[in-house]
Design a protein around this ligand. Sequence first.
Ligand SMILES: CSCCC(=O)C(=O)COP(=O)(O)O
Ligand SMILES: [Zn+2]
Length: 208
Amino acid sequence: MLNTTSDTAWTEAAGQIVRAGQRMDQRGWVPATAGNLSVRLADGRIAITRSGGHKGFLTEQDVIQITPEGVPLDPTKRASAETLLHTQLYAHDPSIGAVLHGHSVAATILSMDEPTDAITLAGYEVLKVFEGQPTHDTSLDLPLFHNDQDIARLSTVVAPKLSDMRLGYLIRGHGVYVWGKDMFTALARLEGLEFLLACHLARLQKAR
Ligand SMILES: CSCCC(=O)C(=O)COP(=O)(O)O
Ligand SMILES: [Zn+2]
């Protein structure tokens, strides 16, 4: 039985996910049913979007409670197909409180065209959105991984690199993962990263 405090925390977390989905949709980062969103509550519960819903039209009923291992508490509900990529981040870093995944045009094109295993973003003022960056005069790598429909296998490729990630990561032809201590921070980081990717893409296209 949940107490009132827990219920209030759950309602707040579900509301944050619904509103963040709307914002991501308005920005064009979650076309069709793409993307997924999660929040970890202070008591350790994880709220995540159900699989297959449009992230711009979520209701609180589309937000599912899962265990830290990614198992829905209600076995009739199907959590995001990419749940494991969220739970591995929460397990990796106890300070993470929200994880966002989107499929923007810039992230998708850049992830397919970049020949190396990272996109380097350097010299941008907006890099200061990311913690520990006091100046634009810096260079940060966004790691790139090959897409894989086997999410468990993909998670094992991502895992050894997690400690070095400063921006998030990209999956080729698929999309971006970012996170933060709470939903507000995760959204700010996603917005900053999408801005940087749009700038990077525009400069590459201009140079061609
Ligand atoms: C239509 S996009 C294909 C699935 C995907 O990549 C995604 O992000 C959404 O999957 P979910 O199961 O979280 O709805
Ligand atoms: Zn996806």
